[in-house]
Design a protein around this ligand. Structure first.
Ligand code: G1P
Length: 314
């Protein structure tokens, strides 16, 4: 018999990486704390989890990244100073942040890979299905995908991935999947209308150029069955000598549904940015600024006229 389909309330947010691609900016400031318009990347990700109803959230962190904790901790002196000035706009921004609450912090002692980082959340997850949101993957907040992923999980159980079609030249940067047709009976859940959904039969972590099984790459949102923890324990170090979540999901793909196995994926057609990469980070800032309710119209007007090297225009 298949295990019961518990609702999804838990989110695990791995944010323990060194952020070397962003040095020197990320030397003293965690890369997840770099601002996208007026909020750090990690706040955007926690807001996405909150909006999807994932009310229990854990961030996997590492030593030297205390700025993330400080960001979510109460700051009564700052609140009092803003109140004294009557600065209601900033107070509102801080109260929005405070309404997220403080996540559970889990420290990963050694950088042993994404699979190991997720494994650190086993007691927080406590046997329930859970979502994973990678701390430096930003999805367009106007196009949330976690509700659709949860809907697939509710239908077919197991693990659900988010997939992005990437060019051949980029498959070596991602986990890549092999697909088969999804079951026809995914039902008529409105969250799934118009989406391309596949069953996933095999995965490869960062295949060498020319060796990718497809152009469908795994991006930073996962709904995982708790069976993944047992699988991670017996997953040998893979690419880069690290414990890879992709390798554990590859094992889940060949396991029976009664053991928590089975993997499906939804193809994402919206905007997604790897904010740990400088070019992608800049694109994310531009996209979010153009859609910002306060800045958007002025910024977009300026952008339309912008010519690099043309000197200063007000
Ligand atoms: C990680 C995963 C990879 C996935 C990617 C998505 O890689 O290992 O499978 O495709 O996230 O962003 P990283 O970007 O941490 O090297």
């Amino acid at each position: 018999m298949a295990p019961p389909r518990l609702p999804l309330t838990k989110a695990v947010i791995p944010a323990a990486g060194l952020g070397t691609r962003f040095l020197p900016a990320s030397k003293a400031i965690p890369k997840e704390m770099l601002p996208l318009v007026d909020k750090p990347a990690i706040q955007w990700v926690l807001e996405e989890a909150d909006a999807a109803g994932l009310s229990q959230r854990a961030v996997i962190t590492a030593q030297g990244k205390d700025a993330m904790r400080d960001h979510f901790a109460p700051a009564p002196a700052l609140d009092a100073a803003l109140e004294a000035k009557g600065d209601s706009v900033r107070l509102e921004a801080l109260s929005q942040l405070a309404s997220l609450g403080e996540p559970t912090w889990i420290v990963q002692d050694h950088a042993r890979g994404l699979g190991h980082a997720i494994g650190c959340a086993e007691s927080f997850v406590d046997g329930e299905p859970f979502a994973v949101l990678l701390g430096d993957d930003l999805l367009d907040p106007h196009n949330p995908m976690l509700p659709a992923m949860a809907a697939v999980r509710a239908r077919v159980g197991g693990t659900v991935l988010l997939l992005l079609e990437v060019p051949d030249s980029m498959t070596h940067l991602y986990g890549v999947v092999e697909t088969a047709p999804a079951p026809a009976d995914l039902g008529d859940d409105p969250h799934l209308a118009g989406l391309e959904i596949h069953r996933i039969t095999r995965l490869q972590e960062k295949p060498a150029p020319g060796e990718a099984m497809s152009n469908l790459a795994v991006i930073g949102r996962y709904v995982l069955d708790p069976a993944v923890f047992d699988v991670l324990r017996s997953t040998a170090p893979g690419r880069g000598g690290e414990i890879q979540i992709t390798d554990a999901i590859h094992t889940l793909a060949s396991m029976d549904a009664s053991e928590g196995g089975g993997v499906h994926g939804i193809v994402f057609r919206g905007s997604r940015y790897d904010t740990g990469d400088k070019l992608e980070y800049l694109k994310a800032v531009v996209q979010l600024a153009a859609k910002d309710p306060r800045l958007g119209s002025d910024f977009s007007a300026w952008l339309r006229e912008f010519e690099p090297g043309a000197g200063h225009r007000p």
